[in-house]
Write a protein that binds this ligand. Sequence first.
Ligand code: DGL
Length: 265
Amino acid sequence: MRIGLFDSGIGGFTVLKKAIELCPNNSFIYLADTARLPYGVKTTNEIMKFAEEISSWFNCQNIDAFLVACNTTNAIALEVLKNNLDAPVFDLIGSVASTIQESRVGVLATPSTVKTKAYTNAILEFKPKTFVIEQPCPEFVPMIEMDKINFNDITDVATDYLQPLLKQKIHSLILGCSHYPLITPSLTEILPSSVKLIDPAEALSLKLKLFVDSKTSNYLKKKKLVDLKFYVTSNLKDFPNKAKHWLNVFPEVNLVSLQKKGWVS
Ligand code: DGL
């Protein structure tokens, strides 16, 4: 199967990794809209427009499934993606919301995601009595993209973001931006061990696996078909190194313009 996924930058690597782990014998097409990163401080109108362009581009890539590997777009423009894309759409927020067991939940996310309260609303739909507190973390994505993520760099910022959530005695913490699992080691240093860390990519990948297994014959499941294609909208030179660092692959990366129509797959 050909599975498409996108993020503003390297955050979607965390989703790609989990998806490959659970659905290894497939082709993945990863689009990073690096020219417009970060998404997490953009307006609703901007994100809706990006979602339209991204879905038009993926409709020319012959995909069988699409993963929304960006929470900000998930929170703001899921309907745009679902309405425009020809392939079934798997999202992070919807996938994880139904799996939450704890009664006091914290969410770290981008400012634009927090504004929508998408996590709170999605969780309350399944467990109406849950206490949910969302914390915007504007500094994380630029720091992660610039690889300023050693413990010294990130601790003060992360401690500030986590303080209000810990005061509320949360039992679990959702990493509501796909970039954040990349700083899990620093977060776990700060968090009490009683707080369970939740990466929504796991719930999404489980849903994807059910779908892929239902559509794939046993013969194909046994074949190793993994093929990775990467596309960016800028910073063509940096991206292979980032993929090498986080995914241990050194891929060929292609530059695309999302505004241009008539792409070939
Ligand atoms: N990784 C994306 C998210 O999950 C976008 C982050 C950003 O570009 O600000 O929200």
